[in-house]
Design a protein around this ligand. Structure first.
Ligand code: CMC
Length: 391
């Protein structure tokens, strides 16, 4: 009843109250639970930041080691999950496989979690963090036709990611600390971002009291799109194309400005940040450092910098307040770390997982009602039905 307000894309609607992430789009501020992203990415580690995002406080040393060991306990994935992976063609996109595998976890962990039971919720969090990392890397092993790896209990969570991805029976993998530190930082920068498309999806699906794995699987699908997390893959493909076709960045800026051309400058613009994306600032600096430390001289970085410089003084981008976002430079680092391009969005998903879990948990703890927006009907008025011989 009453007047329905139309707000396509929910540009001006708050869907919930939340204590997790504070974001000021005008000032370019991002904080998790009151801690600045600069501090967290500079001094924190991914698992302690995940704990913070999910449970609200930074863990003590004991809480952190308990958290790590509980996650480790849950990294074994049911062997029958391998049958599901086997059913996919090698060419399947890892994000599609990840969504399917996450959904399949519901079948192997059918008991729904009681959010009011602290212990049950804690176990569910650890189980999700443990299994998701492993299946995320399995999507890549599948595309390569490699045997699947298991979590190595002697290594940390982020180091395990590299080991799960790259260790071969014939070739033990020794991860470089620079690579691990860079990944850790990237995961932290992705850990939460209030009511973005995938998080809103997780909350929406969970609001019907669907389980945690089912809700997160929906979040993976939402993240996949090129306007959201899929942008990191799209950015790199765009930069590679510019490089391949002679390096003319301005031509692509013109294409992005042309309203008859659907092309958008990938990695530019943001629904909320209208000044700069604080994550992009940190990532750009990290990209410079990582490339220098690893001794990588990537021509793609020069193209990215040229694009950014030109766009930042171009009337089209300036007047619309379009700035580089988190996805603009992340792919350059992933590439330098040896991550294949079609795994970039999976990397985003691993980083965003604590945020999805935290938001799902908060939504259920706050006893939010089922998400059910209204609409304004613009179709036909009542019509008479004619049988097919009279149409
Ligand atoms: N290239 C060219 N024009 C753009 C771009 C772009 N990347 N982004 C926005 N615009 C234009 C848009 O055409 C519109 O112009 P006009 O007012 O003349 O119609 C104006 O800027 C406002 O754009 P909008 O589409 O109404 O803004 P939105 O808030 O709905 O969309 C966005 C935000 C991020 C989806 C969009 O900026 C975009 O498509 N960017 C490229 C994809 C991308 O990098 N996505 C990653 C987002 S950040 C991390 C994440 O969420 O994963």
């Amino acid at each position: 009843s009453g007047v329905i307000t139309l707000d396509p894309g929910y540009k001006n609607s708050g869907s919930c109250t939340s204590e997790i992430t504070f974001l000021d789009g005008e000032l370019g501020i991002l904080r998790y639970r009151g801690y600045s992203i600069e501090d967290l990415a500079g001094k924190g580690h991914f698992l302690e930041v995940s704990y913070l995002v999910i449970f609200g406080e930074l863990p003590t040393a004991t809480q952190l080691s308990h958290f790590e060991s509980n996650i480790r306990k849950y990294t074994l994935v049911n062997e029958e999950m391998k049958n599901i992976i086997d059913g996919f063609p090698k060419t399947a996109h890892p994000m599609g496989v990840l969504a399917a595998l996450t959904s399949a976890l519901t079948a192997f962990n059918p008991k729904s979690v009681n959010v009011e039971n602290e212990k049950e919720m804690y176990e569910a969090v650890c189980k999700t963090m443990g299994k998701f990392l492993v299946i995320a890397t399995w999507t890549y092993r599948k595309t390569m036709g490699y045997p699947l790896n298991y979590y190595d209990n002697t290594k940390g969570y982020v180091e395990n990611f590299m080991h799960l991805m790259f260790e071969l029976p014939t070739e033990p993998y020794k991860a470089n600390q620079v690579v691990i530190d860079a990944l850790d930082k990237l995961f932290i920068l992705h850990a939460d971002h209030e009511q973005n498309c995938s998080t809103s999806t997780v909350r929406m699906v969970g609001s019907s009291h669907a389980g945690l794995f089912a809700s997160i699987s929906a979040g993976v699908s939402a993240l996949w799109g090129p306007l959201h997390g899929g942008a990191n893959q799209a950015v790199l493909e765009m930069l590679e194309e510019i490089h391949r076709t002679g390096g003319d960045a301005d031509k692509y800026l013109d294409k992005a400005k042309d309203k008859n051309d659907p092309f958008r400058l990938m990695g530019f613009g943001h629904r909320v940040y209208k000044n700069f994306d604080p994550r992009a600032k940190i990532i750009k600096k990290a990209a410079d450092e990582v490339l220098a430390t690893l001794g990588v001289d990537d021509p793609i970085l020069a193209i990215a910098k040229k694009l950014e410089e030109s766009a930042l003084v171009d009337e089209y981008f300036v007047s619309r307040k379009l700035y580089p976002n988190v996805d603009f430079y992340s792919g350059i680092i992933y590439r330098a770390l040896g991550i294949p391009t079609d795994m970039f969005t999976v990397m985003f998903a691993i980083g965003r997982l604590p945020g999805w879990i935290a938001q799902w948990k908060e939504m259920r703890e706050n006893k939010e009602p089922i998400g059910r927006p209204r609409q304004i009907y613009t179709g036909h008025p009542l019509r008479d039905f004619k049988t097919s011989d009279n149409r």
